[in-house]
Unconditional design. Structure first.
Lengths: 346, 294
């Protein structure tokens, strides 16, 4: 029997991408995708289930589909994308219910991959230059997104402890950039002048969106339980990031930040507190453990920024890719109608 | 065999119970389109070069720095340089870093308090010329993995904030963390006694209320401010003659990479190093005829 995979957050950027990558794997037999929202990318054979983070629905799905693998990508790391209340529901309550469902008696789950973030390390003046996976935070978490991710990691740890027969891999991703993903950092880098904090030029690390997907597929193929930082090689000063993008920085005053960032917010570029902390202190994470496990990156931090800006230039010239709209009836027809001739080998 | 089955079989080999060493070929180095020479610690050789050019007249003409026992500093491999610390704006750090870089051609990373990371401009500049946040993991990585020279002042701001009448009385050497790091990294400690920094910017008295309001460790009124006025005096050093004496390196007969070391041993070693530097300073002061001419 092939692999049966449950992907949470199918409607998000990552969930959709992971499902697409899973569809290319012949040994993956079933892909079930959960989300509150419809998928935003085109999918061949993934079964989409509209569901919230309600426990009874999750446990029914886990039981009914007999999934052996859960890819938990439904973790919000961009606090500007929704209210902190919704974020708490999705991150904390969603994860709690998902793992409660997965640890129910008779559960068939054997592999779990969780997409966390290096936000869990925070960003403060007492930080080491490089955080290893064991390094504790230097200061308590202040922002809602960091607090919710710490709670999520707590549930993951409990689940791993209670279920030693399950391979649990927790991946902590650094700042993601790439041709398609939109984050508050990518929005800041798209501006004609890149905002920075006056007098500060911290060092940051980046990981390419393709490496993110490749890393999740690597974990599914190789079963490497544990916690891993995922980030490209090298730390870049923010001024150099702007330079690679062919831009200058526009320093924001250290006081009166609210007034200074108001015009940016107007045009849809919000600088959340965790990004401001990053623009002051930076953050580096040690990526060697994941490399020792056998993963090979395709981009360094600088290479990631370059790939991002090259895609940006291309998009400026040729325009956006046509957007995909999920049509429930069409998708159901292709998956389940007897009229469709399905290739049995695929 | 259908392709799907073949693929599954290939995969099972990597799921052996005993980890099989991977036979994947060495990957090609990735393209790394860097635009600056700022390293992972924030140090830039280009900025360092500018700093050296600016500081060289200060080092040679103003302080007329003179070294003794420079050959005791290892020319390769990691070593932790430990020195006494003085002056309202410490002049010993740039003199030691500049001296070793120009005389031995080796970069020196200076460990400094967290507070620098909260200072706009100053913190960034300090980082570009080789300043690193004093954090055990940073020191370990620099010493053990990158085999660099790292400079630390165990007295910290307790050393620089002391007033003129306490000059050359070494403060407590922290909690001995520097000894523990050297043990963990398996590198020798090279003590350096610095004479002259105390007189380059002596503190007459401090303003604790203002320091608290500004969030600074101390706000001093220096003799330089009295002599040169409040503006020039807060940046211009007195031309005290600098003498630096490198003492014999100390190696520890303990295994590196231990999770922890005996507290008593750490404190004994820390005390011993403090006393050695203190003794060397008394020796040098006995021989000193003039603050300005040595």
């Amino acid at each position: 029997m092939g692999r049966r995979v449950l992907v949470t957050g199918l409607g998000t950027f990552w969930g959709g991408r992971v499902a697409q990558a899973l569809e290319r794997e012949p040994e993956v037999e079933v892909i079930v995708g959960l989300d509150r929202e419809e998928p935003s990318v085109e999918l061949e054979r993934t079964e989409y289930v509209r569901s919230d983070e309600n426990y009874s629905i999750l446990s029914r799905i886990v039981k009914a589909t007999k999934v052996d693998t859960i890819v938990h990508t439904f973790l919000v790391v961009d606090s500007t994308s929704m209210s902190s209340r919704t974020m708490h529901e999705i991150n904390v309550i969603g994860t709690m219910n998902l793992f409660a469902a997965a640890s129910a008696p008779g559960s068939t789950v054997r592999n779990v991959v969780v997409k966390s973030s290096t936000l869990v390390y925070g960003s403060s003046k007492e930080d080491p230059t490089w955080f290893s996976e064991e390094a504790p935070r230097s200061s308590p978490a202040h922002t809602p997104v960091e607090r919710s991710l710490l709670a999520v990691e707590g549930y993951v740890r409990d689940f791993a402890e209670d279920n030693p027969h399950v391979n649990v891999t927790l991946l902590r991703y650094s700042n993601v950039l790439g041709p398609d993903i939109v984050t508050s950092a990518s929005k800041a880098l798209e501006l004609p002048l890149v905002p920075s904090l006056f007098g500060f030029d911290p060092r940051l690390q980046f990981v390419h969106e393709d490496d993110v997907i490749r890393s999740m597929m690597f974990v599914l193929d190789n079963e490497v339980p544990g916690i891993y930082n995922v980030a490209g090689d090298g730390l870049l000063p923010w001024s150099e990031v702007a330079k690679i993008c062919g831009k200058r920085t526009a320093p924001l005053p250290p006081i009166g930040m609210g007034i200074a960032t108001a015009p940016l917010r107007r045009i849809g570029v919000e600088l959340p507190p965790e990004l401001l902390a990053l623009l002051k202190y930076g953050r580096g994470v040690d990526n060697r453990r994941f490399k020792r496990a056998g993963f090979q990156y395709q981009y360094t931090s600088a290479g990631t920024v370059k790939a991002f800006v090259e895609a940006l230039r291309l998009r400026r010239t040729v325009g956006d890719k046509p957007a995909y709209h999920y049509e429930r009836d069409v998708e159901q027809f292709f998956r389940h109608s007897p009229a469709v001739v399905r290739d049995v080998d695929a | 065999m259908p392709p799907s089955e073949r693929k599954t079989q290939v995969k099972t080999t990597t799921r052996a119970l005993v980890p099989v060493p991977r036979t994947t070929p060495e990957p090609e180095p990735l393209a790394d389109p860097r635009e600056s020479d700022v390293d992972e610690w924030g140090r830039s050789e280009h900025m360092r070069e500018i700093a050296r050019r600016l500081f060289d007249p200060m080092y040679r003409r103003w302080f007329r720095a003179e070294w003794e026992g420079l050959e005791k500093i290892p020319t390769d491999g990691g070593a932790l340089l430990v020195s006494n610390h003085a002056a309202a704006i410490p002049s010993d750090a740039p003199v030691i870093m500049h001296g070793i870089e120009t005389e031995l051609g080796r970069p020196v990373y200076g460990l400094a308090e967290y507070i620098f990371r909260d200072m706009p401009v100053v913190g960034t500049m300090w980082s570009r010329v080789g300043g690193v946040t004093a954090q055990p993991d940073n020191a370990y990585r620099l010493l053990r993995e990158q085999k660099q020279l790292v400079l630390v002042f165990p007295e910290g701001t307790k050393g620089t904030s002391k007033s003129y009448n306490e000059r050359y009385h070494l403060r407590r050497f922290g909690r001995g963390g520097f000894v523990e790091i050297a043990m963990r990294a398996g590198v020798p400690i090279v003590p350096i006694a610095v004479m002259g920094a105390e007189e380059s910017m002596p503190i007459l008295f401090k303003l604790p209320g203002l320091a608290k309001a500004l969030g600074m460790p101390y706000v001093p009124i220096t003799a330089n401010m009295v002599a040169f006025g409040p503006l020039l005096g807060s940046v211009l050093y007195f031309p005290a003659k600098f003498k630096l004496k490198v003492l014999d390196p100390i190696s520890f007969d303990v295994a590196p990479n231990q999770p922890r070391y005996s507290r008593s041993k750490v404190m004994d070693e820390s005390e011993a190093i403090r006393e050695k530097i203190q003794e060397a300073l008394y020796e040098m002061l006995r021989e000193r005829r003039s603050v300005w001419f040595g």
